[in-house]
Design a protein around this ligand. Sequence first.
Ligand code: ATP
Length: 264
Amino acid sequence: ALRQSTSVQKVDPVHWSDIGGLEGVKKVLEESVIWLYKHAEAYARMGITPSKGVLLYGPPGTGKTLLAKAVATESEANFMAVSIPDLIKGEVGESEKAIAKVFHTATRCSPCIVFLDELEAIFGTRESSGGLGKQLISQLLLEMDSCGKGVVILAATNHPEAIDGSILRPGRLDRLVYVPPPNFKERVAILEILKNTTRFSDTVDLRTVSNLTNNFTGADMKAIVRKAGLYALKANRTSIDAQDFFAATSDVQPSMNQIGLLRY
Ligand code: ATP
């Protein structure tokens, strides 16, 4: 049976404007992916192997998946999201087949962005399962090296230290891009976006909310808006008030601590 993760997905289009902050990351992705699509022939003529894509790293919930979807939307490419842990949990031989299938499908559907989430999971298999892990990694590298030119890979990890250097060589994922948690201004930008789909009353000052949400990631911001919405509903209001945000901030904890380290 074709696994869910090895098929091209219909996703709601995500535009750059749906992502708050991360301007530097957007620019790097726009340039590098557009470069890959537009200049493939120039590379070939020069006899140089182009890069296969980009590795995004950073804390969870900072928008890596969102960025990958936006790259697909903005470059009018298909989108395939693959969770590496899901892909490799099968029996011996099955995982290899699943990896091959991902890249064959992507090549068939190119231009296609393949989003490999939790990439570090494949490297964790190396020691624990002896030869099997090694085999999986070489299969991934092989598929990466031989898939169609229209396939661009965006991989994501919260654990860049666990990623084997072999995948970062020239012609593979040779660009490492940090996706940071949002600063004060970026949190305001994320709130502006969340405000488009949730009803905020005039009492809500986004700068005040941003001040209340130090160390929050984009995903945390989404959680706090939801929680504030629930307070508003409970109080029979039709829009979220400032007081709902105050109440919600005592419920939702940031995923990161003061020095930007992750809570595990
Ligand atoms: P993980 O590493 O856990 O997979 P991620 O970095 O891929 O996380 P996303 O899944 O892209 O994070 O983000 C989760 C949700 O948080 C998004 O669907 C979006 O609603 C919200 N979000 C995160 N970052 C942003 C942002 N910069 N702008 C707007 N919304 C954001």
